[in-house]
Design a protein around this ligand. Sequence first.
Ligand code: SAJ
Length: 402
Amino acid sequence: MKICVLGLGYMGLPTACLFATNGHEVIGVDINPKVVEKINNKECPFKENGLTKIFEKAYDNGFRASLNVEDSDVFIIAVPTPVVNKHAELKYVFSATEMIMPYLKKGNLVILESTVVPGTTSKLLQNSLERSRLNAGEDFYLVHCPERAIPGNTLHELIYNDRIIGGVNDASNEKAKELYSCFVKGEIFTTDATTAELVKVMENTSRDINIAMANEFALIAEDLNVNVWESIELANKHPRVNILQPGPGVGGHCIAVDPWFIIETTKRARMIKLAREINSSMPYEVFRQVKNIVNEIDNPNITVFGLAYKANVDDTRESPSLKFIEIAKSFGLNIETYDPFVKEDDLSVIENSDCIVILTGHDIFRQLDWNSIGNKMRNKNVFDARNMKLELENFNYRTLGK
Ligand code: SAJ
């Protein structure tokens, strides 16, 4: 088939490469000329495990990028759906739909991969596309097919994870299932479009709630003067208990984002909303504890270790570190940052530091020479929001929830 993938980001590009290396002709479309140029110069535009290799194979098979849509058999929309002021911003989905309209013809399959508010595919998208006088489900096929691949292991999970497809009718589901079977080795389950949209946001919302509970236990443990990390580890010995890990908040463009897609559609999402509020409050909780540590110090220097939203990645989208820095600066504290994944850095930033605040659990932080770091600090305070269990001597080493 000839497949047109709109949106060549963290999911769109790997997906395009998987189709292009499994027997299909693929054209990638993006609004960013730099991305288009890099791809056509055989340069992979971003880092992801194993992506460069499959990208180069796709390129050799004829995969190219363009700013414009072309006549195709299949159109896949994989554009971002960020949250703006706690509401889903779907304008990129609609502009991608407008780009497809002039090319939509009988027999086409349209696939929405982007995470959206439940109801988008069968109401908004179907109505837009049917302005072409073609009927969804009969003249062309329409499905929602969400991705659930974790950044850092995207290609493996796109291939081996089970996949959910939700179509406007069975014929649409059959078409999409046949197409994805060319690379998906997990099981493919089919349902209706709105169920598939809800399933996707349920997955990430459930994780956000579990993280919020872990964070709430961290604050309770402090009041009880017990160690929340030990408590969770022991509670999880129960065969059916799996409490997640506390932290300085929830970042990334998924877990921190998807719950808002449900909250905006119904007043019933009370616990879901409260979990978001708890997780969004964690940077303030961390700041409160750091402020107490440096309270007696005149004009304290704080050094944040970790800008990325989670360990061992370079992605800072929605990162709690950025929120913590904003709060600390608003209180007039001097802030330096250190994150070798995110920017060229050297450890000179810790000179004269009064407190190092670990907000991302990068493994490389364990291999640092903490003794020499301590010798350069003005006050040897460390606040650890990720329970790194560092072996530090002669430091005032505090951990969240302990
Ligand atoms: N976090 C905690 N405590 C935990 C787990 C995570 O504080 O116990 C924090 C992380 O530090 C990070 C944030 O939550 O700031 C999100 O990280 P994550 O590892 O939970 O997940 P993401 O955002 O990298 O990927 C998630 C995954 N969804 C689920 O695990 C249900 C992934 O499978 C999805 O495909 C992805 O969202 C997505 O694209 O939707």
